[in-house]
Design a protein around this ligand. Structure first.
Ligand SMILES: [Zn+2]
Length: 214
């Protein structure tokens, strides 16, 4: 029997709709990015699709990007990854989760493993470039998949605006520097961009429509 080893990227909106999460699969292996929502809902998705969770990654430590991460990592005995400069945010802003009826993140939950700039293999033969992009938070990260030309940009850059810098640890100068660094990478106009919230775009679209992308 031939095993289906195709790599698939899918943006998921677990209830209540708010944050864009990314599910990356290769065969039955799965990696989740920015697991918004309840861990129990993610467990259902994985079970229904017969997927084996291998790891969880977060673009930054805000609760709407990690709400299910610690509990899901514990339930499936996998690691979850975050830049350590955002560790102080774990357990911060639980009132945001209250607004959505999502269980709180507790400081005693499974701790993340630090990741920073570099190229890593997240599944067999699937490379991901990690780009530090502080500003919205000190430990903000972007994830780029060179072979597939897909960029997960987090809350650094939105469709026509930038992420907020008025939360604890935010810095307007840093976010402009991070955006400029990304601009200087000269990614193809066709590069597919998944934002932390809202519709997906492309690098070409951002050049045309986002006045901060320069
Ligand atoms: Zn955020």
């Amino acid at each position: 029997m031939q095993k289906n080893n195709e790599v698939k990227f899918e943006v998921l909106h677990l209830p209540p709709t708010n944050t864009n999460s990314l599910l990356v699969t290769k065969g039955t292996d799965a990696v989740i990015f920015d697991p918004w929502g309840r861990a129990s809902d993610w467990e259902k998705v994985l079970l229904e699709r017969g997927l084996k969770l291998r790891a969880i990654y977060a673009t930054h430590g805000h609760p709407d990007h990690i709400s299910a991460a610690p509990a899901l990592a514990k339930a499936f005995n996998v690691d979850w990854f975050l830049n350590e400069k955002d560790n102080y945010l774990i357990g911060w802003g639980n009132e945001i989760l209250d607004m959505f009826g999502i269980p709180h993140i507790h400081a005693g939950f499974k701790k993340p493993i630090n990741i920073s700039n570099g190229l890593i293999e997240i599944l067999p033969d699937l490379d991901m470039e990690i780009l530090e992009s502080p500003g919205h938070t000190p430990g903000g990260l972007m994830f780029y998949f060179p072979e597939y030309n897909i960029l997960l940009i987090g809350d650094t850059l939105f469709q026509e605006s930038i992420g907020r810098c008025d939360f604890p640890g935010g810095s307007e100068q840093q976010i402009f520097d991070s955006i400029h660094k990304l601009y200087e990478m000269k990614l193809d106009n066709e590069t597919y961009v998944v934002h932390g919230h809202g519709m997906d775009t492309t690098i070409g679209w951002l050049k045309k429509n986002n006045p901060f992308f320069k």
